[in-house]
Design a protein. Structure first.
Length: 276
């Protein structure tokens, strides 16, 4: 039997009333099963929850004691707002993001903490993920990302260079960049990463699979439509106007992406799976 080691890092998770209690339970338990145990799990309740979710949280508070810090917001303000509130409560410099319906690999946080220890100048890291619908034993897709700092910078000019659900970052670097901002709906994370990179933050991703991401059947529907395409184009136009990307990057990255957004859902799903 392996010996569980403890390292000082925080886990940041947000949950809202539409989440399924069994998914939240699995997500929390994947953190409880980490080979490097956290001493600070910040769970932000984004507005009032349902009885099933509250029951899971109450049980986990009994199991985890003071390690589980439940922050309750009076009303639902969106993911970015919830994460900003949660960051304020994180007591460690290293913060591991986690969604309330995903499953972290048991050695995820160990690998990420060790990477920060090996490279003290590092500000943010993520890793590969695998997608599933009902069970992590039945993989339906995945997403790899560039690993080196230079590769991440080049990649970021056209596409998001981190898998947000398994990011670990330095709290101070995120706060200095202004935290999550709602200017571009559904692109709050990408917007933050670009601002951090513009601040010369150091990044490195791991090639390892760190997370199993639950992908509901309507996920690709949410990634499409004219409204989504318009926000995406606005965001990438800002990336260009800020000087981070070239006009060629915009034309060869954002414009084709916008065309994919307005395609039929089935075709869009196939394309996303191919490019990831």
């Amino acid at each position: 039997m392996s010996v569980v080691e403890y390292r000082e890092y925080s886990v940041l998770m947000s949950v809202y009333h539409k989440e399924k209690p069994e998914y939240l339970k699995q997500a929390i338990e994947s953190i409880q099963a980490q080979t490097f145990q956290t001493n600070d799990f910040v769970l932000v309740c984004d507005g009032p929850l349902n009885d099933g979710l509250d029951a899971i949280i109450a049980k986990k508070q009994q199991e985890m004691g003071e390690t589980l810090n439940v922050v309750r917001l009076a009303k639902n303000g969106g993911l970015g707002n919830a994460l900003n509130e949660g960051i304020k409560h994180c007591k460690n410099e290293l913060v591991a993001r986690m969604d309330s319906d995903d499953i972290s690999a048991a050695d995820r946080c160990e690998k990420q903490v060790k990477l920060f220890k090996k490279n003290p100048e590092l500000d943010i890291t993520s890793g590969a993920l695998l997608e599933f619908v009902t069970s992590p034993d039945q993989i339906t897709g995945g997403r790899t990302i560039p690993c080196s700092n230079d590769e991440i910078i080049r990649y970021s000019r056209k596409r998001c260079p981190f898998n947000h659900p398994c990011v670990m970052f330095k709290k101070s670097a995120v706060e200095f960049a202004g935290g999550y901002q709602e200017k571009y709906h559904l692109f709050e994370d990408y917007y933050l990463w670009i601002r951090m990179l513009q601040n010369a933050c150091k990044a490195q991703n791991l090639p390892d699979v760190l997370l199993y991401m639950r992908t509901p059947t309507d996920m690709y529907l949410r990634r499409g439509g004219t409204a989504y395409a318009k926000v995406m184009l606005r965001f990438h136009w800002w990336v260009y106007k800020s000087g981070w990307a070239s006009l060629a990057d915009f034309c060869t990255g954002a414009v084709p992406h916008a065309l994919v957004c307005v395609m039929p859902n089935k075709l869009r799903k196939i394309i996303y799976q191919v490019i990831h």
